[in-house]
Structures are given as C-alpha cells and as structure tokens.
Ligand binder design. Sequence first.
Ligand code: NAP
Ligand code: FE
Length: 365
Amino acid sequence: MTYFMPTKIFEDEGVVSKSLALLKGLGSSALIVTGRHSAKLCGALDDVVAVLERGGISYCIFDKVSANPLISQNFDGAIFGKGVDFVIAIGGGSPLDTAKGIAVLLKHGTDDYEEKLFGAKDYDALPVVAIPTTAGTGSETTPYSVFTDEEQGTKRSMARRVFPIYSLIDPRYFMTMSQKLRNTTMMDALSHAIESFLSVKSTPYSELFALETIALIGKHKDKAFDETVSLEVMTELIHASTFAGFAISQTGTTLPHSFGYPITYDYHVEHGFANVMFMQDYLQICAQDRVARVLDALGFASTQEFGVYIDRLLSESLEPMVVRENHIERYVHMLMANKVKLANHPGGLSEDQARHMYQRVFAKF
Ligand code: NAP
Ligand code: FE
C-alpha cells in the first residue's frame, strides 16, 4: 500500500501575492494558462500578474483553453509558451489539466505530441503551479488530465502523470461561480469520493479523504438549491474537492466517470452532472456494506433517497436531453473496452448491466 502526494498546498486569502519566493524559485519566465474569461473575472489573473511583475518574472498568457479541452490545445499552448521555465494554471479543471499537458510538451518538444501525451514512453514535465477556481475536479492535487478525443467521440486521460508542484488556493476566487457551476463541480467531487471509496484500489489512506469529502458535501447538500453560498460554506466545499483529489490520486475513478464521458461529449452535459446521472444504478451494483457507509456519511437513509436528491438537482439544472440517435451500443462498446476503469470496479460489469444503465438514464433525462 502506498500514499503519495507531492503537491505542496497553500490556502489563504491573498495567497498568490504572498507566493513570490516560491515562484522565483521556479525560474525567471512563466506561461500562464487560463480559460477565456473566468481567471480575469474572479481576480486571480490580476493577482498573478501583479506578483510576477513585482518579482521581475516575465510571463505570457495563453487564455484559449475551452471547457472539455481538445488534445490539440496542448500543442497550441506549448508553441505559444516555448522557452518558459514553468507554467501557472488558473481556472477549473480544463485549464489545470491542459497546463499539465502543455508542461510535458514545453519540456520535451511539440513534435509527435500525441505520442508524448498518450504513448507508452514516459515523459516528465516543467513545474506546474495550480490556482483552482472551481471546487470539483481536484486537478490541483491530482496527477491527471482529461481531454476530448474527437476521433473516438469521448474523453480520455493523458498517460503522463503530472502533479502540480504547488497549489495556491484562495477561497475568494470561487465566489464568482454560478449556482449551476458550483453544483456540477460539487457533484464531480462527490463522485470522485464515492468512486474512490468503492474502488478495488481503495486503501485506509484514500478512504480517510473520501469519507471526509462525502461528509462535507452531505453537510452542505441542501445548499445546492440556494443561489449563493457564504465564503465559509464555499471554503468547506473547496476542502471537499481537494480531499477528493487526494483520494483519486491514489485510486483513480471508476464506472460513473466512464459512463459519463460520452454523455458530456455528445450531449454537452457538464462533467459532474454526467457522472451522477449514473450514481443510483451504480450504487445498486456495489457492495452494500460499503454503500451504507457512503449513505451514512451523506445523510441519506437509502440509495433511493439519494436518487431522489440527484433527480431533483438534475431536473433543476439540465435541459431535457434530446436523444438524437441511439448511441447506446457505441457507448457500451467503448465502456467494455476500457479495461483499466472496469478493473477498478469490484466484481466487474457485464455488457447487459452497462446497456441497462444507459437505457435507464436515457429514459429518465
Ligand atoms: P471547467 O471546464 O474548467 O470550466 C467550466 C466553466 O466554468 C468555464 O466556462 C469557465 O470559464 C468557468 N469558470 C471557472 N472558474 C470560474 C469561476 N470562479 N467563476 C465563474 N466561472 C468560472 O470546469 P471544471 O468542472 O472545473 O473542469 C471540468 C474538466 O476537468 C473536464 O474536462 C473534466 O473531464 C476534467 N476533470 C479532471 C480531473 C482531474 O483529476 N484532472 C477530474 C475530474 C474532471 P473560463 O473558460 O472563462 O475559464
Ligand atoms: Fe471528475
């Protein structure tokens, strides 16, 4: 059994402006990686630029990362940032994940870039500093990156493992999230914790963080129906997300993530919502003594009661899905081919079970 968490985390209001010495230790030039708007909106970009200018660290800003980023955005970012010493990522999971891929290509060159990101040979990366602004993916404390693969019509994980060297967490940056974004990211963190806890790879170390995540989200679950939350509540939701990152760093995720990826690709359902669409059916095929501990930590009496909560949340958050064609057989095929994720699920999954789960979700949403 191992527990490995090399990322140093600093959490404080104003943490970025207090981090000059850390950043100077990484070099004299940085690439800042963000999405189009939110890094400016939440104030993080201004804080980063101010600290870099104060320290005489040169920088360039790649602000073109989209939600559910394409593999090719790693190439574009690495071409743009060529020659820098380190990477600073500001945003949700999409910019954080992309910064990790860019950091691999900045170190090893952009030729044959898909091979460098997904191939068998290992490549390390320039240092990545993660500044999260959503509370869900845990990418600030995981080594993972997830990209949209247009050829396969789904999402897939980068083969390289890149832990951020530092994570700088300022709870104020999360307060500009909309209710919907806060909820889908909260559901992502919850699914990380539940999947980690129910994985064959769960250990006493990962369990500690998984159960604490579930308890924190259980404590605040009804806030999902409030338009805004206080900074204190937000801070606990950030902890939930980061703790879930600790948990999946050790175990990875399992079935709800695999089921949800093509739903995000084809129907643009946000990642966290796409995971929990499958949660009720998933819990029914897991070991019931473990499921009872999840429900207890969440504060639900039964899987069905949890299902009613998820259905209410999704019905308030999502447009009805218009199933354009019958995608189910393709999804089942991709799922059964994903041996790594399937191996994380105790007892395995049959094709019929997978088909049934997709049928139920398509019928419901
Ligand atoms: P995201 O895709 O990074 O961002 C979604 C939207 O939220 C974007 O429009 C973004 O705007 C906006 N946004 C971000 N922070 C905001 C803030 N503070 N205020 C207002 N708007 C804000 O969302 P995410 O859910 O955090 O990340 C999802 C991605 O992470 C998916 O690709 C998923 O597969 C991946 N993921 C990774 C891991 C991992 O371990 N690495 C785990 C789970 C999921 P801008 O575009 O303007 O920034
Ligand atoms: Fe996730």
